[in-house]
Each structure stands twice: as structure tokens, then as C-alpha cells.
Design a protein. Structure first.
Ligand SMILES: Nc1ncnc2c1ncn2[C@@H]1O[C@H](COP(=O)(O)OP(=O)(O)OP(=O)(O)O)[C@@H](O)[C@H]1O
Ligand SMILES: [Mg+2]
Lengths: 223, 223
């Protein structure tokens, strides 16, 4: 099977990892503070914002892809940037897909725990900055879990990057889009091979996530 | 510190405390049946919740000089030792090794220092939470049933420890307990609450012996 690991396939794997890491990193930098802020902020219409964010969490990638496509296409509002069918376009689409997911998980975790943590911080005499640091530290596992989830989603997603990336050889071809292509061409063995690699990466990511969740569970004498 | 004319209402409960003043270096007890408002008034005094109206006056006390200990303490997702030194860390005090050892020893937690704190038993968690409050030598400590899960020996030890400390470097304490033995041994002054109000107060010997107040009489009936 290893003869399939030719330079083209390696290039595809590398591009996929580069894209996934970049999009989950950008989404984390935006989504984590957004989730924490959403929990602490009070403003009219907050409930609606949360509901919208929850809806976006489950939005189908092809729809997000379509929206980004419409924005970036030649006659679109951002067409002048000439980003359609580029690596950047795929990252943009994935970031839009991932932000609600990461923000949503962080928001839920914060909502569940921030009051207890803040109360504790007050009793300890922590100042505002120390309280914020404490909050992020104490939510660390959940935040990491959010990032991992985002990473997994970006890795396995095909609809959005297919539309905005165009699956161009040596250029915007990722693992998932390659699998689709190979299947269409009837090159099933290659498709399966890539699928297995994808599964191995996803499996590794899940092991990390499970480890975190298990650590989380040993937290209360009641359970 | 003192509070005057404090009012706080929840859906089915309202609290009105006309006057409560702590005496520096003394131990004050709050007793009363479940749901009479002990925790609520203590949280108001500790600045954790805002009263609907009334005045909380800390006099010369800064928010870093008092703390509150809970029946179910919040423990950091970290080791025992890191929990213990947290209040020192945020005050930029270098934890002195001997001091840390001393506190670990009085809580009987020497062997658990590097263990994950959330894995401790209920009583051990309370001991950790109490030494974590003592280690930074606050001037005022609020303790809401901080002994409730400790074994008899542990309670007796901390009672002795506190009484000894009151002779050398006295702190001001406000203690809630359902163990009248704690109250009788520790307190210089006791408040009896019933249905959101202070109905009797005085020195323990004075008000716990043959009380006039009917509610206090009933509360003490099963002793
Ligand atoms: N956040 C809240 N929202 C609604 N009701 C509340 C809230 N906090 C407290 N209460 C109510 O106020 C009353 C007093 O509560 P509190 O916790 O002060 O009682 P307590 O005297 O400490 O009782 P216990 O001995 O059981 O600890 C209770 O009836 C409780 O249900
Ligand atoms: Mg209570």
C-alpha cells in the first residue's frame, strides 16, 4: 500500500494539515475570547445572538462554502481580492465554519463554571486580571476540547473547501476533496488509502479529546 | 465590619437584618434552621452578592484582607499544593517552604501534596480549603459550615488550632455551623436567625442556656 505514498499524496496531506492547523488556530484566537465574552457580557438581544450562534454551529459546510463563494466570486463584493479557488479561500470558509463551534463550546463551558470560579476568585482577593487568567486556566480542558473539536471538523469537512477551493491539483486539493475525486474516477484503492490516513489522524485527535474528558470526570466525590 | 438595614428578597424568601457588627479579633457564630438565610447574609457580608438595599461597611478592611470558606469548596484543577499557595501567588508572596509544610501538616495532607486536589475526599477538601484561607493570614474569615464533612478529630484539631491562634495573632471570624459544639467552643458571640431575621443574639452561654425566644427554644430542642 505504501507505494501510494507518492509525492502528490504527501503534498495533499501536507496541504490538508497546513489548512486545518491554520483555520483552527485562527478560529480559536477569535472563538475562544468570543465565547468567554458572550458569557460575561450583558446586552439586549443576547439570547438571540446565542441562538444564532447555536444554529451556525450546526450549519452545513456547503452552505458556508456557498456564502463565501458568493462573497469571493469575481462579481461578488470581495471579488477584487481575487481569492476564489485559493488556499486562503479555503481557510476563510473553514474559519467561518469553526468560529461558531469553538465559540459555542467555550460559551457553554464558561456559562456552567464561570460564576463559581469568579466567586472563588473574589474570596481569594484576586484582581480583575488575575480572575480572567484563572477563568481561562480553569476552563483550560474545555477550551482545549473546543480547539480539538474544531480541528477535527476542519479536517473532515469537504463541502465548503470543495466549493471555494475548487479542488485544483497541486493547489487546493485536500484529503477529503481528493477522496471524492478518486471515488468519482473509480480509483477506489487510493480513495480507501487516503480515507484510512484521515481516520488515523482523526483517531489520534479523539484519543487526546477522550483523555481530557476522562480527566474532567474525576472532579467530584459524588460521581 | 458592620452591616446595617440589609434587605434581600428572593422569590419565596426575604431577609432583613437591621444590624450586625463584628468585633475585631472575636469569633462570631450564626445559627438557625435550614433556609433561614445564614448563607445569604454571609455572602452579602463577604461581598459575594449585593443586597437589595442597606449598607455594608468594611471600615479599614481591603477586599484582599478577608475571605470566605464554603461547605463545598471550589478547588482549582490542579494539585493540592498549588491550591494551597494560590492566595500567596496572587499576592506575589513567595511561598515559604516551612510555612507550606506547616499548613499541609495541620490538614494532614502531606502525602497528598502532588495529588490532583479534586480527587480528595469531602473532608480533605474542606481541610484544604480552610488552610488555603488561613495561609495568607486574612484579618476576617467567613466560614459557612467549613467543618461539616470533617471527622471528629479533624474538627477538634481545627477548633484547638483556631483558639490557639486567637491568643497569639487573632483574626475576626464569622462562622456558620449546625454543630452546636463548634459554636459553644469557638464563639464569643452568637446570632440566632429565623426566617430571614436575627431573633436572638448574645454570648453563647447566655442565649443557648434556657432561651426565651420560642424559635430558638425549638431549634435547640433536640440537642
Ligand atoms: N439565588 C437564590 N434564588 C432564589 N432563592 C434563593 C437563592 N439563594 C437563596 N435562596 C433562598 O433563600 C433562603 C435562604 O437560603 P440560605 O442559603 O441563606 O439558607 P441557610 O440558612 O444557609 O440554610 P442551610 O442551613 O440549609 O445552609 C432559602 O429558602 C433559599 O431557597
Ligand atoms: Mg447555608
Amino acid at each position: 500500500m505504501f507505494e501510494m505514498l507518492d509525492t502528490e499524496i504527501l503534498g495533499i496531506i501536507a496541504l490538508t494539515l497546513r489548512m486545518t492547523l491554520l483555520s483552527s488556530a485562527i478560529s480559536s484566537v477569535i472563538g475562544i475570547p468570543l465565547g468567554l465574552w458572550l458569557d460575561s457580557a450583558k446586552f439586549p438581544g443576547k439570547k438571540l445572538v446565542v441562538t444564532i450562534s447555536r444554529t451556525l454551529m450546526a450549519s452545513p459546510p456547503v452552505v458556508v462554502g456557498l456564502v463565501v463563494y458568493l462573497l469571493l466570486m469575481r462579481n461578488g463584493p470581495l471579488g477584487f481580492m481575487r481569492l476564489l479557488f485559493t488556499f486562503e479561500a479555503m481557510v476563510i470558509a473553514q474559519v467561518l465554519l469553526l468560529i461558531p463551534i469553538i465559540c459555542g463550546i467555550v460559551y457553554t463551558a464558561s456559562q456552567r463554571n464561570s460564576e463559581r470560579i469568579q466567586t472563588f476568585a473574589i474570596t481569594m482577593g484576586a484582581n480583575k486580571r488575575q480572575t480572567q487568567i484563572l477563568l481561562i486556566k480553569e476552563l483550560g480542558n474545555e477550551i482545549f476540547f473546543a480547539v480539538i473539536t474544531g480541528f477535527g471538523r476542519a479536517m473532515s469537512e469537504v463541502g465548503a473547501i470543495m466549493i471555494v477551493g475548487g479542488n485544483i491539483r497541486h493547489h487546493t486539493r485536500a484529503m477529503t476533496t481528493t477522496i471524492t475525486l478518486l471515488r468519482n474516477r473509480g480509483e477506489i484503492n487510493q480513495a480507501i488509502f487516503l480515507g484510512i490516513i484521515l481516520m488515523i489522524i482523526a483517531f489520534g485527535v479523539q484519543i487526546i479529546a477522550d483523555f481530557l474528558r476522562k480527566r474532567e470526570r474525576r472532579t467530584d466525590e459524588n460521581y | 465590619m458592620k452591616i446595617t438595614d440589609i434587605k434581600k428578597s428572593f422569590d419565596r424568601f426575604s431577609l432583613h437584618i437591621e444590624n450586625l457588627e463584628t468585633t475585631t479579633g472575636k469569633i462570631h457564630g450564626i445559627i438557625g434552621p435550614n433556609g433561614c438565610g445564614k448563607t445569604t447574609i454571609m455572602k452579602i457580608m463577604a461581598g459575594l452578592i449585593k443586597p437589595d438595599s442597606g449598607d455594608v461597611d468594611y471600615e479599614n478592611l481591603s477586599s484582599r484582607e478577608f475571605t470566605m470558606v464554603f461547605r463545598k469548596p471550589y478547588l482549582l484543577h490542579d494539585t493540592v499544593i498549588h491550591n494551597l499557595i494560590y492566595p500567596l501567588k496572587i499576592r506575589r508572596i513567595n511561598p515559604d517552604n516551612e510555612l507550606v509544610e506547616h499548613y499541609l501538616e495541620i490538614a494532614g495532607l502531606q502525602d497528598y501534596r502532588n495529588q490532583y486536589a479534586l480527587g480528595l475526599s469531602g473532608g480533605e477538601q474542606q481541610k484544604l480549603s480552610l488552610i488555603r484561607a488561613l495561609i495568607f493570614l486574612p484579618k476576617l474569615i467567613f466560614m459557612d459550615e467549613g467543618f461539616s464533612n470533617m471527622d471528629i478529630e479533624g474538627v477538634a484539631f481545627f477548633e484547638d488550632y483556631i483558639l490557639n491562634m486567637q491568643k497569639t495573632k487573632p483574626m475576626t471570624w464569622v462562622i456558620i455551623s449546625h454543630q452546636l459544639s463548634n459554636i459553644k467552643r469557638l464563639c464569643d458571640y452568637v446570632y440566632f436567625m429565623h426566617d430571614g431575621k436575627i431573633e436572638a443574639h448574645g454570648e453563647p452561654a447566655e442565649i443557648l442556656q434556657d432561651p426565651e425566644n420560642v424559635n430558638l427554644k425549638r431549634y435547640l430542642h433536640y440537642m
